[in-house]
Design a protein around this ligand. Structure first.
Ligand code: NAP
Length: 525
């Protein structure tokens, strides 16, 4: 009894906010700016680390840069005329996000060291109960912007625990460890590895690159943005808008080759093979590095110094996956043995098994991860059925194969803004919640999967776009313009409107008001 009293007391003092945003990368900061612009100031941004920046804070490995031009890879509402290069480095992007935080007055909303440990939907109060590393709170709406590239994935390699040397992941670089003169094994050939390899090759003793699958790599049209250009972009804002527009338009025109006519990408393969030939003279090595799948099936990588680095005498390309570790010997899946002092894993992230999903419990008492056991799906990339007032930024099938994720994030922010507006309008001062109808979620997901059949991502390669069942639950199979259009507004017919239960009726469930339809009763919580 006393415990229940105590529990009630604790609930009374628990902080309540209108919106809790999880994560302070591009998605979380963008959400914070957008909420303020909507006139909402009663919100917090929960961040597990001690600084903003998300993936651009965590990934500070040597050579880390963005392979999307900076004038496109930035918020439309926070242009930066001072970008130093076409493809800016991590330090510049991180500094940009710090500036956005200051410029838009986001600091008072930030809660650092506040990792979300768990959250549960309360169907009577129509809010989320959130437990974080810095305390508990409740929120009417949760915007999950944890991103797909937040939790590193290290393969379960037998014997790794017994490796006597240094081991770290690309996104958790140990800057205290001196690589000079060491025998380093780099595992993986994704976007991270191809930036790391040329940066560390000149300083390490020997570099062994474990390549399970070769990547298609195209030249990177990088250059310094001149002082004159920067002056022009500052003094005549229309010039930077035009620059962004051009970068966007070119990529929009490329989309149909990825989504409808993968055969057209054959021409790009021709260019990519020329890129290999130019740097790699040894035919054996060239053969190892030449992919045998359609370009674009895995993400196309951009680099001018990756192949030249692989041609250096202190580099060995082991054309195999890492299968086992025996002491300081790395055994490849081809049976090869390589001694190493350090292992760097460039093996990617938990993308299709979003870690936050295990911590979110919805109306049926199940977690989002349980609901998604057969694959992630969310209405318009944002709303999962049974998880009312919960929106994901960079949710299922919102990724891009060839353009800037910031465009997608901004579309999802439009959707979020309309969602919150609808809660106000329909609630009329009282509390309500919107829960995506399962039929709407399935119809959306089915439509996306049907379109996926024709895409280059379904042409037979294995990639991080695909989940454990081989389903592409990560990429948006259309243009960014189309995504903008379909996320401009909430379609209320796709949601159930939940209202607080009438206590006098002695029910625990929320009342469900069908949008524009009849009135029914919702599932008990
Ligand atoms: P990734 O693209 O998921 O690549 C992981 C790599 O690890 C793959 O080459 C994979 O081989 C390999 N791998 C996994 N297990 C292995 C094993 N046991 N032995 C050998 N190789 C193994 O990871 P990432 O490079 O860190 O990139 C992650 C994400 O960040 C991607 O979305 C990427 O585009 C993004 N990123 C973007 C930029 C940018 O410039 N915008 C820069 C860096 C990263 P398989 O190919 O055979 O699976």
């Amino acid at each position: 009894m006393a415990e229940r009293e105590h529990e009630r007391e604790r609930e009374d003092v628990r902080e309540h906010v209108r919106v809790a945003v999880i994560g302070s990368g591009f998605g979380g900061l963008g959400a914070a700016v957008r909420l303020r612009r909507e006139g909402i100031t009663d919100f917090v941004v929960l961040e597990r680390a001690g600084a903003v920046g998300g993936t651009w804070r965590d990934n500070d490995y040597p050579g880390c840069a963005c392979d999307v031009p900076s004038h496109l890879y930035s918020f439309s509402f926070a242009p930066n005329p001072e970008w130093p290069r076409n493809f800016s480095g991590q330090a510049h992007i991180r500094a940009y996000l710090e500036r956005v935080t200051d410029t838009f007055g986001l600091r008072p909303h930030l809660r650092f060291d506040s990792e979300v440990l768990g959250m549960r939907w309360n169907g009577e109060a129509l809010h989320w109960e959130i437990s974080t590393a810095s305390g508990a709170l409740t929120a009417d709406v949760v915007v999950s912007a944890t991103g797909p590239l937040s939790d590193p994935k290290i393969p379960d390699v037998p014997g790794l625990d017994g490796f006597p040397g240094k081991v770290f992941h690309s996104s958790r670089w140990d800057h205290g460890y001196d690589l000079r003169g060491k025998r380093v094994a780099m595992i993986g050939t994704g976007a991270s590895a191809i930036q790391i390899v040329p940066s560390i090759q000149p300083v390490v003793g020997r570099l062994a690159l474990f390549q399970r699958t070769p990547a298609w790599v195209l030249p990177r049209a990088d250059r310094r943005i001149t002082g004159a250009e920067r002056w022009l972009h500052t003094k005549v804002p229309a010039t930077r808008t035009m620059r962004r527009g051009l970068l966007w338009g070119i990529r929009e025109l490329q989309v149909s080759a990825f989504t409808k006519r993968p055969k057209e990408l054959g021409l790009i393969e021709f260019l990519a093979k020329g890129h290999i030939r130019k740097a790699i003279k040894d035919p054996m090595l060239r053969a190892k590095l030449t992919p045998d799948y359609r370009i674009g099936c895995k993400r196309i990588l951009l680099s001018n110094d990756y192949y030249p680095a692989l041609a250096q005498p202190n580099v060995d390309v082991v054309a195999a996956g890492l299968k086992e570790v025996r002491g300081n010997v790395l055994v490849g899946s081809d049976g090869s043995e390589t001694e190493a002092d350090a292992i760097v894993f460039g093996t990617g992230f938990h993308v299709t098994d979003m870690p936050i999903a295990r911590r979110v419990t919805g109306v049926h008492g199940t977690t989002l991860a349980e609901e998604w056991k057969d694959g992630m799906e969310a209405l318009r990339g944002a709303s999962a059925a049974g998880f009312p007032n919960f929106l994901t930024i960079i949710g299922p099938n919102t990724g891009l194969g060839n353009s800037s994720m910031i465009l997608i994030i901004e579309s999802q922010l439009n959707y979020m803004a309309d969602f919150v507006r609808q809660l106000d309008t329909l609630g009329g001062g009282g509390k309500i919640a919107l829960d995506a109808r399962p039929s709407a979620v399935h119809a959306w997901s089915h439509g996306v999967q049907r379109r996926m059949e024709r895409t280059v991502w379904n042409t037979g390669c294995d990639s991080w776009y695909l989940d454990a069942n081989g389903r592409n639950t990560t990429v948006w199979p259309g243009t960014t313009a189309e995504f903008r259009k379909v996320t401009r507004r909430i379609d209320l017919a796709e949601y159930e409107v939940l209202r607080p239960p009438h206590r006098t009726e002695g029910r625990r469930g929320a009342t469900v008001v069908g949008a524009g339809a009849g009135v029914g009763t919702g599932a008990a919580v």
